[in-house]
Design a protein around this ligand. Structure first.
Ligand SMILES: *Cc1c(COP(=O)(O)O)cnc(C)c1O
Length: 366
């Protein structure tokens, strides 16, 4: 039987046509019509004024933090369960990621744990919309405005997710996205910063292009970076944006198939939750074992692997990884991250595939 991969890109639209256009016209570097078209289309999709494309999601995060003026000695609040790029970007600025615990239902930042971690050095908060479910932005923004902090949404895993009908990307001071090959929208490697703030957008553009003065060529008023996206990446991205509504509806359908197929196993596993105020976009359909530890989880994943089904463990919390190791307890992350499994989530899965995954999972749980 064919192996089922945990994620794979869907390149079913104009990707090939637009990339060949780049090659045929010689516009292969970081100037060209696809960059502006992709940025415009992404900004419109998110309902924001500005979108600034970068070469990956990690540089998008770093660029945002530099543009916000983050400096050595500063602190930034980060959920302990995330992909490591979130914490690393803070460290690249010489600042300190201050970890907070997560909510069990969504593995997103726990707003109740933020306030007690705020000090005189705290500059901002990076809520992460983990696995496609938006963080509780109302609560995060409430704490942020009370303490005069900026908010950077790490929306790398949540293109199209919504809070109370408003899309992520425009819910904080700015937001960052990733277009890595396994993300909901891909450009191979790529990233984006979105914002409604004109001044911040100008700063992001300046810093992305080595800091060159837009009015004066080869005049560099600041130290910038080369974090530019290529026209070829943007060509793929534009084609992806033409199909994003289908990408999101396919993922919604897949989640419904999983919900049906796994409904009878809920004495053993928790199914992914969608808060009443949220639209979750299922970057990764994620289940949690109700009982057991990391070894039990790994055994289930091993059994699925033997059945030809690739899965992924939920991220190790930052506070157990060597660069960010702490002895402090983060009770929800400590208990639940080790019980989490990302099931295959991509657009080429069929209802039969989901039945096969469910049957294998049932055997693995027995
Ligand atoms: C993928 C991801 C990133 C980084 O994106 P890259 O494009 O791989 O650099 C950052 N944060 C989160 C939460 C991610 O999932």
């Amino acid at each position: 039987m064919d192996r089922i991969s945990v994620a794979q890109p869907k390149l079913a639209g104009n990707e090939r046509k637009y990339v060949l256009d780049c090659l045929d016209t010689n516009w292969i570097s970081s100037n060209g019509k696809y960059i502006t078209a992709f940025e415009k289309s992404f900004a419109e999709f998110c309902g924001v004024k500005h979108a600034i494309a970068t070469n990956n999601g990690t540089t998008a995060l770093h660029l945002a933090l530099v543009a916000l003026g983050l400096e050595p000695g500063d602190e930034v609040i980060v959920p302990t369960v995330t992909y490591i790029a979130t914490a690393n970007a803070v460290r690249y600025c010489g600042a300190t990621p201050v970890l907070v615990d997560v909510c069990q239902e969504t593995m997103n930042i726990d707003p109740r744990d933020i306030e007690r971690k705020i000090t005189s050095r705290t500059r901002g908060i990076i809520p992460v919309h983990l696995y496609g479910h938006p963080a509780d932005m109302e609560a995060v923004n409430r704490v942020a405005s009370k303490h005069g902090l900026w908010v950077v949404e790490d929306a790398a895993e949540a293109h199209g997710a919504e809070v109370l009908g408003r899309k992520v990307g425009g819910l904080g001071t700015c937001a960052t996205f990733s277009f890595f090959g396994n993300k909901i929208v891909t450009t191979g490697e790529g990233g984006m910063v979105t914002t409604n703030n004109d001044e911040l957008a100008a700063k992001l553009r300046l810093l992305r292009g080595q800091g060159m003065d837009p009015q004066r060529r080869y005049w560099f008023p600041v130290v910038g970076y080369n974090y530019r996206m290529t026209n070829i990446q943007a060509a793929i991205g534009l084609a992806q944006m033409e199909m994003i509504d289908k990408a999101l509806s396919d993922r919604g359908t897949l989640a419904n198939w999983y919900n049906d197929a796994l409904a009878g196993m809920q004495n053993k596993i928790l199914l992914p939750r969608q808060e009443p105020w949220a639209k979750q976009v299922y970057w990764m359909y994620t289940i949690f074992l109700r009982y057991g530890d990391g070894a039990d989880r790994d055994a289930v994943m091993g059994a699925l692997d033997e059945a030809g089904i690739e899965t992924r463990p939920v991220f190790h919390p930052m506070h157990v990884l060597p660069p960010y190791k702490e002895d402090a307890a983060y009770p929800t992350a400590d208990l639940w991250a080790q019980r989490g499994i990302n099931l295959p989530t991509h657009q080429d899965l069929t209802r039969d595939d989901v039945q096969r995954i469910a049957a294998s999972l049932e055997r693995a749980l027995a």
